[in-house]
Design a protein around this ligand. Structure first.
Ligand code: NCD
Length: 331
């Protein structure tokens, strides 16, 4: 049984298989197709030691859509408030016979610590500033639904890059699939060192002028400033003017350009109301649906629950030129 902890180092073929499974799950996530029963009789533990709305609820929904059961543990109601460690907590939960543990924590690398401490599969639902791999799958899946393929596309990721596990995971995924990534933010929130995180063949560049970075893009992913990770001191009072996706900036974008945001949004800071709610450009709520589909795929993958069965009949179909022609899947 496998863990799912990072996108860094993930082979392109594995990423493509997961995206293909995610695509297949979208109608179930929308409630249009009947749910599956691959997790029948299995209990999944959601250990969320940091706040969450979308990630936690979509993992829960994904388990339900696969016929399994799920429970949640949060720090305020647990013995972590009495000083019990993350790994001790996870070990105790494992002894209750859970099939997998989904963990979110403030410690970068905390998901790996848990995975090293238990035998059951562990899924990283966001660990500190490190990675948020299921978010990357859902973001790329949303982009593929729009464009057919991300190969050769240019995606700007804007905001608090330094503190963003989303930016790290998405950049790894996009560069692996041949997209070009522009990481944009004030120099205090994005360092040139990020240019080295490309897995190729796509490129990664760091930019600090938003208007130049938006020229010629296909999509923009906006991020919030992570004040809980002490990023506030690195932000000046003209942040919105310099790095906000304002209605005026969006009006200058080509008609096909779409806007994503992992949430939670700070409206009026990194994104204007008009942009967040723009039915032509905003895919922010669509991302949430893909989040359920992606988490279903990841749960089935780590549990070996026939997650890519049916691939011989074309699971990869429709992922678009540059992707589906390279999908090789063993039954
Ligand atoms: C992100 C997270 O928690 O890393 N949100 C999410 O999972 N949808 C981004 C954030 O908190 O800003």
């Amino acid at each position: 049984m496998a863990d799912f902890l990072t996108i860094a180092g993930m082979p392109r073929q594995d990423l493509i298989r997961l995206l293909a499974a995610t695509k297949r799950n979208v109608p179930i996530a929308e409630g249009r197709s009947p749910h599956r029963t691959t997790l029948n009789g299995k209990v999944i533990a959601n250990l969320f030691f940091e706040d969450s709305t979308r990630t936690r609820c979509s993992f829960e929904t994904a388990v339900h859509r696969l016929g399994g059961q799920v429970f949640n543990l949060t720090p305020s109601g647990s013995s972590m408030s009495k000083g019990e460690s993350l790994v001790d907590t996870a070990r105790n939960i494992e002894c209750m016979g859970v099939a997998a543990i989904v963990v979110r924590c403030a410690v970068s690398g905390g998901a790996k610590m848990v995975a090293d401490g238990v035998k059951c599969p562990v899924i990283n639902a966001g660990d500190g500033r490190h990675e948020h791999p299921t978010q990357a799958i859902l973001d790329v899946s949303t982009l593929i639904e729009e464009f057919g393929s991300v190969e050769g596309r240019t995606v700007a990721i804007v905001g608090d890059i330094t503190n963003s596990r989303v930016a790290r995971s998405v950049t790894h995924a996009l560069s692996t699939l041949g997209a070009n990534v522009r990481l944009v933010g004030p120099p205090t929130l994005v360092s040139k060192a990020f240019e080295r995180i490309t897995q190729g063949p796509g490129t990664v560049s760091v930019m600090s002028n938003l208007d130049s970075a938006l020229a010629g893009i296909d999509a923009v992913i906006m991020l919030r400033v992570q004040f809980e990770r002490a990023a506030g001191g690195a932000v000046s009072s003209d942040y919105r003017q310099l790095f906000g996706l304002t209605a005026q900036r969006v009006a200058r974008l080509a008609p096909h350009v779409i806007v994503l945001h992992p949430g939670p949004m700070n409206r009026g800071i990194e994104i204007d109301d008009h942009v967040a709610d723009d039915p032509q450009r905003s895919r922010i709520l669509r991302q949430v649906t893909h989040g359920v589909a992606a988490r279903m795929a990841v749960l089935e993958m780590v549990l070996g629950a026939a997650w890519d069965s049916g691939t011989n009949s074309g699971l990869g179909a429709g992922l678009g030129a540059g992707l589906d022609d390279r999908v090789e899947v063993q039954a």
